[in-house]
Design a protein around this ligand. Structure first.
Ligand SMILES: Nc1ncnc2c1ncn2[C@@H]1O[C@H](COP(=O)(O)OP(=O)(O)O)[C@@H](O)[C@H]1O
Ligand SMILES: [Mg+2]
Length: 503
């Protein structure tokens, strides 16, 4: 694509933002330097009716909604940066809707045939009208030849080109922002634009979504707090995804919560536990658990659909999270503080006890009031705010987790109004602590770490740095001083680890 087209896209997007007063919003007037302030006032002469109502986050969400998939992904990712834009702005932005008029069923059928290389009739007994349409894809109701009811997700025709064009516009905008608006550099606009584009492009391959759904289905099956529809692999291609129809009603549907035989408390418990068990026990979680993606069936069964966004957290972060939740459940702030230092999140020159005091400020209000009033996501958010004072660098996965937790808690409270989130979480966190911190688990982890250390040392001996290699020589390697050094290091390392784990 030519630079001219990218420029055109960018200007078009900027115009929509200006019309909604979402580019340089009036609420921030006090912060602009004089030159920008003049520009902002000039641009506001062009503002339309959309500029009059709503907070800046709402106006930005409204502007982005119509701009296409890259803009929508941009909004979704910006809404995870409450640390940068403030909490209210992030929350307003996170209500951005991804809904568009559907494309024709005939076009969808043609896409399916192209993608799977076979006729629609050879796979489906019925292929119905669209039930929901978004910027990248739409979903149809269908029936397999064997009678199973399924949902078929089909990418919009020509969507790849559209995404490529918008991506160029966004890349250009990010370059200009980086060059001309120094305060925005803290957000790393170019890297951010790349993240947005990459996230959108990954959603353009429905085979990846099928794989994500399949993986999470397995994970969920471990404890049954939640299920996911079975993927129908013969109906999966880059542009098509077929899965079994989810049981029950979407929670976004008013009928969902008036089904006979529903146990609303058990359902809310299931939701919280499902989310925490995915994240803590398996390090992978459904990161888009809003009401439209959750199906409810009596008495308390939840089925999740839409696996476009999956969060992953590594073993150290899982441990960190479990210990934090545990620390708050047990009101052991010293412990939570130590976890931050041990994980290397807080630089050593800070005081553990002063940090523990700050944590108490987050934790005590939770237990002073009914636990139902204090969302876990808010505690995590405040924790992240405090840790910022202690130069803690947050891993983006934890931010995604906190944001998903906020959604999940909102849904849980709408299922069962006075839901006790901390009480629901307790068994999952307790189970994790019992398993991971049992003597057997410590010894196992110690053995694994010792084995890794041994392998690293062996590699060093096998393939020593060049200068040492000369000294060590070829045949004498086994009796070389380096080896004795390695053995000594290993032994003291092992003793140290043992002391650490078995204390
Ligand atoms: N397996 C399914 N069973 C029943 N309905 C489904 C299923 N998958 C999707 N849907 C319906 O289609 C809608 C859109 O599908 P989804 O995967 O959420 O796409 P999007 O990424 O556009 O949100 C869902 O909100 C849900 O109502
Ligand atoms: Mg969805």
């Amino acid at each position: 694509m030519t630079a001219g087209r990218a420029f055109g896209r960018m200007v078009g997007a900027a115009w929509i933002l200006v019309r909604n007063d979402a580019l340089l919003p009036r609420e921030l007037d006090a912060l602009y330097p004089p030159s920008i302030s003049t520009l902002a006032k000039t641009l506001r002469l062009f503002a339309g009716r959309g500029a009059r109502s709503g907070r800046p986050g709402e106006r930005l969400a409204r502007s982005l909604e119509g701009m296409g998939p890259v803009a929508i992904k941009l909004g979704q990712l910006l809404s995870t940066r409450g640390d940068f834009f403030g909490r209210e702005f992030a929350e307003d932005l996170s209500r951005l809707k991804d809904r568009l008029p559907p494309f024709a069923t005939a076009e969808a059928r043609a896409e399916v045939e192209r993608a799977l290389g076979r006729s629609v009739e050879s796979l489906y007994a019925e292929f119905g009208e669209p039930i929901a349409a978004a910027s990248l894809a739409q979903a149809h109701e269908a029936k397999m030849l064997d009678g199973r009811k399924v949902a078929v997700k089909v990418l919009r025709p020509g969507i790849e080109r559209r995404v490529a064009e918008d991506a160029e516009g966004l890349t250009l905008a990010a370059r200009l922002i980086d060059r001309w608006i120094p305060p925005a550099r803290r957000l790393e606009p170019r890297a951010f634009a790349e993240t947005v584009i990459r996230a959108t492009v990954l959603e353009l391959d429905l085979r990846l979504e099928a794989a994500g759904a399949d993986e999470l289905r397995e994970v969920m099956a471990n404890d049954g707090y939640m299920t996911a529809p079975q993927i129908v692999w013969e109906g999966v291609g880059k542009r098509v995804l077929t899965m079994e129809w989810a049981r029950g009603w979407p929670l976004s549907d008013a009928d969902a919560l008036i089904q006979p035989g529903l146990d609303r408390k058990a359902m809310a418990d299931n939701l919280i536990r499902a989310f925490l068990a995915q994240a803590l026990d398996h390090g992978v979680f459904h990161a888009d658990l809003h009401e439209g993606n959750l199906f409810a069936a009596a008495p308390a069964q939840l089925t999740a659909v839409d696996f476009g966004i999956i969060g992953r957290i590594g073993a150290p972060e899982r441990r960190y999270l479990a210990e934090i939740l545990w620390g708050f459940l047990e009101r052991d702030y010293e412990r939570v503080a130590r976890v931050h230092f041990d994980a290397g999140y807080v630089p050593r020159h800070h005081s553990v006890t002063a940090f523990a005091q700050a944590l108490r400020a987050v934790g005590e209000p939770v237990f002073g009031r009914a636990a139902t009033e204090v969302p876990m996501s808010r505690v995590l958010m405040q924790l992240f705010e405090i840790t910022a004072l202690y130069e803690m660098r947050l891993r983006p996965e934890l931010v995604l987790l906190q944001k998903t937790m906020m959604t999940v808690e909102g849904v849980a409270r709408r299922i069962f109004p006075h839901h006790d989130i901390w009480g629901a979480a307790d068994p999952v966190v307790r189970r994790w602590m019992a398993r991971e911190l049992s003597p057997a688990a410590r010894i196992k982890r110690f053995a694994e770490e010792a084995a890794t250390a041994l392998r690293n040392i062996a590699r060093l001996v096998e393939d020593p740095p060049a200068r040492v290699a000369v000294e060590v020589g070829g045949v004498n390697r086994e009796r070389s001083p380096l080896l004795w050094f390695a053995v000594g290091a290993l032994a003291s390392g092992a003793a140290f680890l043992a002391a650490l784990y078995l204390r």
